[in-house]
Design a protein around this ligand. Structure first.
Ligand code: PLP
Length: 387
């Protein structure tokens, strides 16, 4: 690195290649193991990852899925969410969330968020409960846990399922519990840009209830079959099968599971590094006219994103880009104002906190191998850019 480069390092938004280089021997060995085994799906790697991920979270069972969307959709189906039901969630999220709800046949109801956590405001959620409300989809946004005590109280009072979307918050804790383990089901994403990502799509759904897991597993082959078998000469022979229900496809493949198994043991150190970087930003941005992310209550934050707020967002992002610093902007406009959901009848002003934050927030690069030089550079440029 030249002196000039050291002074002005480039700061990409993600750097998956750098993460791979750090784990290269483990990941290469995992991929090689699968390719030479000749077993590419429905094998030992997926089974092992499911067991290891469940053990990490301290839940009895995890089932791998094609994505977090898939986890939410299948989980809700297995819980019996369907036509005539309503599911309350937030609008500052990936469209994967309302799509999962609507694919079950249920209606999505958007509620407003808490300004400090960016997560569901339980009071606003309460005001939207009707006799048709079946579930709350609680999203742990940007890595900050949702207010699970209040959401749990609502669920108890009104007899609702809780689905946790921990796509961007794996490893975050709320009062000592990992997110994803407090609701009826917890859904995770293993897409490449996530904290525990692989080199393609993937997800997990976790739960306490084995019978529920079995229902979800049964959806994973296109047909749900009852096979008949005969034992001839000591060999089991398949003699036919009955298709008893329509299912669908979508599970981790062996290579993805093997990569995730290589990465899972590193998750605790990555979460520590993310916290260290968040603390580093806080130090460097003291006195800068930006609203920084908070850690509200007895929680640990997973810092999948480092979200800052300013009404000067566009100008500040441009200044950062000019100096080689990539930033992200999420959920603008928020989902309730997107053309695809016009038919739901929401208007500007219906979710005032969601809308204000959507106008002001953007995200700074954060990943475990972000260097002190890079942090210094982002801090220095922000000091000059924010008025
Ligand atoms: C909060 C949230 N939920 C769900 C998803 C969807 O995850 P997947 O792409 O694995 O379906 C995302 C994707 O970024 C997300 O940010």
């Amino acid at each position: 690195m030249s002196v000039e480069d050291r002074r002005t390092p480039k700061v990409p938004f993600y750097d998956h290649g750098a993460e791979y280089q750090r784990l290269r021997p483990e990941i290469d060995a995992s991929i090689h193991r699968v390719l030479s085994s000749g077993e590419y799906e429905h094998g030992i790697e997926v089974e092992s990852f499911e067991r290891e991920f469940a053990a990490f979270l301290g839940v009895p069972v995890a089932v791998s899925t094609g994505s977090c969307h898939d986890a939410m959709y299948r989980g809700m189906l297995a819980l019996g969410v369907g036509p005539g039901d309503e599911v309350i969630t937030t609008a500052n999220t990936d469209v994967a969330c309302p799509v999962a709800i609507r694919r079950t046949g249920a209606e999505v109801v958007f509620a407003d968020i808490d300004e400090r956590t960016h997560n569901l405001d339980p009071d606003d959620a309460r005001s939207r409960i009707t006799p048709r409300t079946k579930a709350i989809l609680a999203i742990h946004m940007y890595g900050h846990p949702a207010d699970m005590a209040e959401i749990g109280a609502l669920a108890d009072a009104y007899g609702l399922w809780i689905i946790e979307d921990a796509a961007v918050a794996v490893g975050a804790t709320y009062r000592g519990n990992y997110v994803g383990t407090m609701g009826d089901i917890g859904c995770f994403s293993h897409a490449p840009s996530k904290i525990l990502g692989n080199c393609g799509d993937g997800g997990s759904v976790v739960m306490q209830d084995e019978a529920l897991a079995e229902r979800i597993r049964h959806q994973f082959i296109y047909w749900q079959l009852r096979s008949s078998r005969a034992s001839i000469g000591g060999l089991e022979l398949h003699t036919g099968f009955e298709i008893i229900e329509e299912g669908m496809h979508g599970r981790l493949v062996e290579i993805s599971a093997a990569i995730l198994r290589a990465k899972l043991p590193h998750l605790p150190e990555w979460l520590e590094a993310r916290q260290r970087i968040a603390d580093g930003y806080r130090e460097r941005l003291q006195g800068v006219n930006l609203i920084l992310p908070e850690e509200v209550g007895d929680i640990t934050h997973a810092y999948r994103n480092y979200v800052v707020r300013t009404p000067q967002r566009e100008r500040v992002r441009e200044r950062l880009a000019e100096r080689g610093i990539a930033t992200g902007m999420h959920y603008t406009p928020p989902l309730h104002l997107q053309p695809v959901y016009r038919e739901l009848g929401y208007r500007c002003g219906d979710l005032p906190v969601t809308e204000r934050l959507a106008d002001e927030l953007f995200t700074l690069p954060i990943y475990p191998h972000l260097t002190d030089d890079q942090l210094d550079w982002v801090g220095e440029v922000l000091r000059q850019a924010v008025i």
